[in-house]
Write a protein that binds this ligand. Structure first.
Ligand code: SF4
Length: 694
């Protein structure tokens, strides 16, 4: 319990009285505010010049997220790029200037807080003194993170002068239009304060409406996990529907080293150093994102002390896990470098079960939806609150269904399907944002759990709340083979983990897999998909990266090996001499599988470098990243946003295509069997005898 158990709402009126920072698309104006104490009035001209689309990457660039405490208050907006006098872009905000400026409010244009869900962004603002965020529109997760931390948000520009002058403003001006739970979170000054009041029975939560109706699988799991009465331990209701908000019991709560330390600090600050998490056995920590960072960080950044700061994340997470008795999948011991597992890989391999509700501090948490679990990403405040309450706040989203019919061609995979889905107008135009995707149809029914996980994992790229697949015979097979589960137990576990007949979907889209050909997403966005054979001209590559949570599973290893074996045995080829090829697995289990199958020898023989488990190149923190804007790489990972894997051009493809491209030296699909011309025919590599090491 908290040290101070008298939880109070904020007063009904609140005054600020401080400076207002206008984040204008004008470097000179920003400098004048920061260096010369200029306090501009909001004129129509200034309003028109406010920066739109400020992403969380700009508020706190990735390297700043190595910090996890109040130090973050030195850094808000360091990545913000705005117009300078010479027509170029520049980043005018330097370390410490916002905090030193006495600003209480920061103002921007449309879509503030887009991109990554990192809570470091609003926390950096809060620690710099910002108490109110005003913008024309505010992205959902960033807005929620602000509310969870106690930052007030509004789209009402009329409040700016009242904030500056210190005039009392009614709190209701900030809660208008919100749901019951959000309103109370704002009134209590944050999610933690609200939760304490909830545990003390001081708040009223909306009860489930319980309208009898057929439910989708996502709705069904929400209904079963609904916390009706936390004090009495009453969990579950018979019906739930989109739009209803509540708290839901989480079966598994996990986080990785980018987030755990900040969550641990919040936990200890709020509850005291000796406080204990609730049910540590269902909490998991992972050291996966930054295990290989030292191999790729620039000397300049190392000299700035950033590697030391990043390494502190590992230390803090490990210490907290030891103190709390929480299982940590950490670094491998001995001379072997790398992690024990990427979080998503391990959750699916060993933990996720049909019908579970799983939360993790990562956007690809839906990976576990491959076995029919409802798994979704949450922020720092939400995860540390779940350590206290074992539940999570959510508003039930609507579901949409993707039905995949026909027959998947032999050289296409779940990844090709996802790149096809990502370019579907419904998805591309943003209609699927925040919804639950249910993948179904004969092709999905035939896919293995590993391949299904590629699809649920990439629900993150769709912008969906989560993705899942109904549990079925394939799931039973997986539970028996991979977990050694008793068959009768496995069968019982999948019973009723599917949508009801007649369940409502806001949209059903149909994909004919028979028409699919190997896909590629052009650099910049996973939605930039086209068939590889539609590329206007050959795309030579320097790097081929085969790995990440999306493509570091056992079946992905099978696919890389199938192509490389064929290249070697049929065509006498290995990795193209102009290409550096990396294969990275998602866990030590996958590595051992690859070893047993003889893949490690094969990969070595054809000239690929095998890397121990970890995130790595996928987040610009390991071997396989590009080093300059003109470098071209091809990858089986999930996203290719600018800068995601270095400054170069990143093409996304399937596991088959990444291996075929590594051999061909350019982006190609795999053409299996005795077709002519063979897929590597335009390679400049002279044939080598089958089996010869390269
Ligand atoms: S492999 Fe990449 S996408 Fe997956 S969890 Fe790690 S950083 Fe995120």
């Amino acid at each position: 319990m908290p040290r101070d158990d008298s939880v109070k709402r904020r007063p009904p009126e609140i005054s600020f009285g401080g400076r207002v920072l206008f984040l204008a698309d004008d470097a000179e104006l920003i400098r004048q505010q920061l260096h010369e104490g200029l306090n501009p009035q909001l004129t129509p001209d200034l309003k028109a010049r406010l920066r739109d689309q400020i992403s969380t990457d700009e508020i706190t660039p990735a390297y700043i997220c190595f910090f996890y405490d109040e130090t973050l208050g030195d850094f808000p907006y360091l990545g913000l790029e705005v117009a300078s006098g010479n027509g170029q872009k520049e980043a005018p905000i330097e370390r410490g200037l916002v905090r030193a400026g006495g600003f209480v409010c920061s103002v921007a244009g449309k879509r503030r807080g887009k991109g990554s869900s990192r809570e470091q962004s609003p926390y950096a603002e809060l620690m710099a003194g910002i108490r109110v965020v005003v913008s024309e529109s505010i992205e959902r997760i960033y807005n929620e993170n602000c509310q969870n931390l106690g930052i007030l948000t509004t789209t009402d520009f009329g409040l700016i002068e009242r904030i500056r002058s210190g005039e009392p403003i009614s709190l209701s001006e900030f809660t208008a239009g919100t749901d019951d739970i959000t309103r109370q979170i704002i009134e209590y000054g944050g999610l933690f304060e609200f939760n304490m009041a909830r545990l003390q029975g001081q708040v009223t939560l909306p009860a489930p409406r319980r309208t009898p109706r057929p439910m989708t699988l996502g709705e069904k799991i929400f209904a079963r996990k609904w916390v009706i009465d936390a004090a009495e331990g009453r969990i579950g209701t018979d019906h739930a529907e989109p739009g209803e908000a509540g708290f839901f019991r989480a079966d598994i709560r996990f986080s990785h080293e980018y987030v755990t330390p900040m969550a641990a600090i919040f936990f200890e600050q709020k509850l005291g150093a000796d406080a204990k998490v609730l049910d540590p056995d269902s909490i998991l920590f992972f050291r996966d994102h930054l295990t290989f960072l030292h191999k790729v960080m620039s000397q300049e950044r190392i000299e700035q002390g950033l590697l030391a700061v990043a390494n502190e994340l590992e230390v803090k997470q490990r210490e907290f896990s030891e103190k709390q008795g929480i299982r940590l999948y950490g670094e491998q011991q001995g001379h072997v470098m790398g992690s024990e597992a990427i979080c998503h890989s391990k959750i699916l391999e060993d933990y996720a079960e049909p019908g579970m509700l799983i939360i993790g501090t990562d956007s690809h948490t839906p990976h576990a939806g491959a076995v029919g679990a409802l798994a979704f990403g949450v922020g720092t405040t939400a995860i540390f609150n779940s350590w206290i309450t074992k539940d999570v706040r959510a508003r039930i989203p609507p579901s949409f269904k993707v039905v995949v019919d026909g027959t998947l061609p032999a050289n296409c995979t779940a990844k090709d399907l996802m790149l096809e889905i990502l370019r579907h107008p419904y998805v591309r135009d943003g209609h699927a944002i925040g919804q639950i995707i249910e993948y179904a149809g004969p092709v999905v029914e035939r896919l293995s759990v590993d391949e299904r996980a590629t699809m649920t994992n990439m629900a993150a790229e769709v912008g969906a709340f989560t993705g899942l697949v109904a549990a079925d015979d394939r799931t039973v097979e997986f539970l028996i083979q991979e977990r050694g589960m008793d068959p009768a137990w496995a069968k019982a576990m999948v019973a009723d983990v599917h949508s009801d007949p007649g369940a409502e979907y806001v949209k059903v889209i149909e994909i004919d897999a028979s028409r699919l050909r190997p896909m590629v997403a052009l650099p910049g966005d996973p939605g930039n998909g086209l068939y590889i054979d539609e590329l206007a001209e050959p795309v030579p590559i320097e790097i081929a990266y085969a790995g990440s949570c999306t493509a570091g599973k056992k079946e992905d290893m099978d696919m890389y090996a199938r192509v490389f074996r064929e290249a070697r045995d049929r065509w006498g080829r290995g990795v193209h001499p102009d290409v550096k090829c990396y294969i990275q697995c998602g866990s030590t289990d996958v590595r051992e599988y690859a070893r047993e199958q003889g893949y490690l020898d094969l990969f070595r023989a054809i000239g690929a470098e095998f890397i121990e488990p970890g995130c790595g190149a996928c987040i610009a923190a390991g071997p396989g990243i590009t080093r300059s804007p003109d470098q071209v790489s091809v990858s089986s990972q999930n996203r290719n946003f600018p800068g995601r894997s270095g400054p170069g051009q990143l093409y996304l493809v399937s596991p088959y295509s990444v291996a075929a491209s590594a051999v061909a030296g350019r982006v190609v699909g795999w053409e299996p069997g005795p077709r002519r011309p063979h897929p590597f025919s335009e390679s400049s590599v002279p044939p080598t005898p089958p089996g010869a090491p390269r």
